[in-house]
Design a protein around this ligand. Structure first.
Ligand SMILES: Nc1ncnc2c1ncn2[C@@H]1O[C@H](COP(=O)(O)OP(=O)(O)OP(=O)(O)O)[C@@H](O)[C@H]1O
Ligand SMILES: [Mg+2]
Length: 264
């Protein structure tokens, strides 16, 4: 917690399906496992992926009679008062260590209100120039970055306003998500473009969750990779995935984060 205020982590990318909600739940549950006081805001009141995930989790825990560390969550609906409600919730979150906010995969006043209060912005992107296009445009011949795109500009503005307000830098982390190691050439090209753009617009690049079926299968039970005790089986694939999740959490550089707070 900094200055008596919760540290606000916002998952944002206007591109749909990049893994915002899945990553948000994994971060939120990891913070709960680590003993932090944490809540989640679900700003996608249409899909409600985070809420549904956490509701499934509570039901599964109850049906098995087990305890699963679970963040509280609140859904905020679109509407005239929505952005004010987001602002109020985040400004008043003084009894919490962290708030993790999931935003819809499109421009929305709610997402902007959350971005304006973010301490850490996490943007998962798929390893594709289609997804990259929202943050930067590349030359079709050389794949060199030509210019930042609208989403990078939106984040730039949000960070500048927030830094003026708090006097602190806002950390922007781009997560390379849903990586498939079968596409080495594309991975290299997107990686090089991200590297170039990161220097121009000031984000950090961190490895995300690779493409694995388990991330889709967890949802009906609301489980994450950190819930080993609640899983019927724990395979080598889970071990590898958990290692990448731990790296992701370490890479976020969150205040007070200590990997030793997570059970082995
Ligand atoms: N690492 C992963 N491996 C495999 N599947 C994944 C992974 N991450 C997410 N998915 C799947 O991809 C789809 C989109 O994920 P998710 O809903 O988390 O993305 P999102 O960015 O929140 O989407 P939206 O913009 O629609 O809110 C879901 O079917 C989810 O189960
Ligand atoms: Mg989502």
């Amino acid at each position: 917690m900094t200055n008596g205020q919760a540290h606000v982590i916002v998952l944002g990318n206007e591109k749909g399906g990049s893994g915002k909600s899945t990553t948000a739940v994994h971060i939120g549950v990891a913070l709960a496992h680590a003993g932090f006081r944490i809540a989640m805001l679900d700003l996608d009141s249409r899909q409600r992926t985070v809420s549904r995930y956490l509701e499934n989790r509570a039901q599964f825990a109850a049906s098995r009679g087990i305890a699963l560390p679970t963040p509280d969550h609140v859904v905020i609906a679109e509407g005239d008062d929505g952005p004010n409600e987001v602002a109020l919730r985040l400004d008043q979150a003084a009894v919490l260590d962290f708030v993790v906010v999931d935003t819809p995969g499109r421009d929305s006043p709610l997402a902007r209100a959350a971005l304006a209060r973010a301490d850490t912005i996490v943007t998962p992107i798929n390893d594709s120039f289609v997804d990259f296009d929202l943050i930067g445009q590349v030359d079709p011949e050389t794949f060199e970055v030509r210019r930042p795109s609208f989403y990078a500009e939106l984040i730039w503005e949000a960070r500048r306003a927030r830094a003026r307000q708090t006097g602190r830098e806002v950390d922007w982390v781009v997560l390379r998500n849903r990586l498939s190691h079968l596409e080495a050439r594309n991975m290299k090209r997107v990686g090089a473009a991200l590297e170039q753009l990161s220097k121009r617009v000031g984000f950090r690049v961190v490895g995300g969750l690779s493409e694995r079926v388990i991330y889709r299968e967890f949802f009906p039970r609301g489980l994450t990779l950190l819930d080993r005790g609640a899983m019927d089986d724990f395979t080598l694939s889970h071990v590898g995935a958990r290692t990448e999740l731990r790296k992701l959490l370490d890479g976020l550089n969150l205040p007070g984060w200590d990997p030793a707070r997570l059970a082995a």
